[in-house]
Design a protein. Structure first.
Length: 107
């Protein structure tokens, strides 16, 4: 089972996100003229955290979400953006990351 699953949230993970080219985003209060703003609805979010070598640990976490957690859980994906957060990259062997996926109870 996926050890990194830690909680459910019932709100968007961030109230305002500005989408940057290449799929990155920021919550900084900066002028982002020319960028798209993505509205993220209030949903139930399964949150998976990991710490380790980046990007390997994040790739492994995605694999475990799909191959272990989803099939054995009482939840299914809903159509919404998947959101990931990557912390400080100054030590690429010890990077904290989160993956947020929108889910609903099966049935």
């Amino acid at each position: 089972m996926l050890e990194h699953f830690h909680s459910f949230g019932r709100k968007p993970p961030l109230q305002k996100r500005n989408v940057l080219s290449g799929g990155g985003s920021s919550t900084q209060e900066t002028d982002f003229d020319g960028f798209d703003v993505v509205e993220v609805p209030a949903l139930t979010w399964a949150i998976f955290s990991s710490t380790g070598a980046f990007p390997t640990i994040m790739q492994e976490t995605w694999g475990k979400i799909v191959s272990e957690w989803l099939p054995s859980s009482d939840y299914e994906l809903v159509e919404a953006p998947e959101i990931s957060f990557t912390g400080d990259l100054s030590d690429s062997n010890n990077v904290y990351s989160e993956i947020w996926i929108a889910v609903q109870e099966k049935g």
